[in-house]
Design a protein around this ligand. Structure first.
Ligand code: AMP
Length: 429
């Protein structure tokens, strides 16, 4: 086939078989979030570019290199959201939700856009399931959110997952830390990659994220943030650990987690999964962002949030051969011979569907043999065959596809009840 246009690189079509798996994942995530008191929110895919420059940070990789930004017809710079938190907080502030009783717990599923090099687990359009808790500065909120994420991963039966946590302190203690790492990296400046040389003046924390081998080696001996955090941040971090331990949660303190976005303070964390002996992939990341509301012009509003990468979770579940529930087949297929029978099938189908019964019938004028074959392919539990004789006698043949047994069933106003009696009682006539 010579298609004139194709899918955009780094973006995926999610086909029906895959969608079923997505829905399974989304269902587990939503159910867990609901029993923790989260309510759903949906925000626009497009925001003013400034929102992300101010929140994610204009010297972050996401804003500097990865955003889908363009000028709209009104000459405004707009951006396809690269992540969900900034838009969620903007919506909270703009709609006055910060005045509602606290804590405010929000969940959403959003498509996100980052112009990154497509590779395993890295797409240009990807979906995040996000959770945000507003209005609590307590480390117990951080712990609850992390434990909730853990429950989701457990319910999805994902193996080889570990939790890594860190505290990057508040803006005050981070100042001292940044001075310390600037001193340290300045002493190694000649060995840093060109990007990190640039980061040293613009955003030195980002050097700790660098994937370049020499830079990673240099980072191993860099000062660690936990040695620089103030007593309040340190206490907050200790309480978080106490709560996690009280739930027997295993975690590792990884002082190298600074996360790619600028708005975090205090707690940051990632759930990472081993995809082979040497490689890990972050499947969920989050952190506290107590200053972001003020940065966006709102009041003081403490907050913590996380984002799951749905594609990554799905890829890992598939590679770990975790079974997904199968699509349900139709309960009944109505096969018909001739126009009058088809009209009857049409009516019966509607009656069944009104009662929330998954019913199918022929709509592409197959002959009866092909209809039976198709019903079998679909895996229909019963097939009702209506022919010309059946119409005149107001009855039809109901075939149990498992046993191949057949009975006659009236196709009058009692049809629904009669069918329910047979199917619910699972009469294997
Ligand atoms: P971040 O906003 O970068 O902390 O990302 C949160 C989560 O989204 C990560 O833990 C990943 O699971 C997922 N993620 C981030 N970037 C991508 C991407 N380009 N493609 C697929 N998933 C991603």
């Amino acid at each position: 086939m010579n298609l004139k246009t194709k899918r955009i690189r780094g973006m995926q079509d999610i086909l029906p078989d895959e969608m079923k798996k997505w829905q399974t994942i989304e269902k587990v995530m939503t159910e867990e979030a609901l029993i923790h008191g989260f309510k759903s929110i949906r925000t626009p895919i497009l925001e003013h570019t400034e929102l992300f420059e101010r929140s994610v940070g204009d010297s972050s990789d996401v804003v500097e290199k990865e955003m889908y930004t363009f000028v709209d017809k009104g000459n405004r710079s707009v951006t396809l959201r690269p992540e969900g938190t900034a838009g969620a907080l903007r919506a909270v502030l703009e709609n006055g939700l910060h005045n509602s009783p606290m804590p405010l717990k929000l969940m959403y599923e959003s498509s996100c856009y980052r112009y990154e090099k497509p590779q395993t687990g890295r797409y240009r359009e990807f979906f995040q399931f996000g959770l945000e808790i507003f209005g609590s500065s307590s480390a117990s909120a951080d712990a609850q959110l992390i434990i909730l994420a853990h429950s989701i991963l457990e319910r999805l039966k994902i193996k080889n997952v570990s939790l890594e946590i860190n505290s990057i302190g508040c803006k005050n203690c981070r100042k001292k830390y940044i001075e310390a790492i600037i001193d340290y990296f300045n002493s190694k400046i000649n060995s840093l990659c060109p990007t990190c040389k640039n980061r040293l003046t613009k955003n030195p924390l980002r050097i700790l994220d660098c994937k370049n081998e020499t830079c990673s080696e240099i980072c191993k001996n860099a000062p660690i943030i936990t040695d620089y955090i103030c007593s309040e941040c340190s206490e907050h971090f200790k309480i978080l650990q106490k709560y996690l331990k009280s739930q027997n949660m295993n975690f590792k303190i990884n002082p190298k987690i600074v996360r790619g976005l600028d708005y975090y303070s205090k707690t940051v964390f990632e759930f990472v999964c081993n995809i082979n002996e040497n490689e890990t992939l972050a499947i969920c990341g989050g952190g506290r962002y107590d200053d972001l509301s003020e940065i966006l012009g709102g009041p003081k509003l403490c907050a913590i949030g996380l984002g799951f990468g749905i594609e990554r979770i799905l890829n890992i579940m598939e590679s770990q051969k975790i079974l997904f529930p199968k699509e349900k087949p139709p309960e009944i297929y109505i096969a018909s011979i001739g126009e009058a029978a088809k009209e009857k099938a049409f009516k019966l189908c509607k009656t069944l569907r009104n009662a929330m019964i998954f019913a199918e019938m022929d709509i592409i004028d197959r002959n009866i043999k092909s209809q039976m074959k198709y019903a079998d392919k679909l895996g229909a539990e019963y097939v009702l065959v209506i022919g010309e004789n059946e119409i005149s006698e107001n009855k039809a043949i109901l075939k149990n596809m498992k046993t191949s047994n057949e009975i006659e069933i009236p196709i009058n106003e009692n049809f629904l009840n009669d069918f329910l009696n047979i199917s619910v009682k699972n009469i294997g006539f």
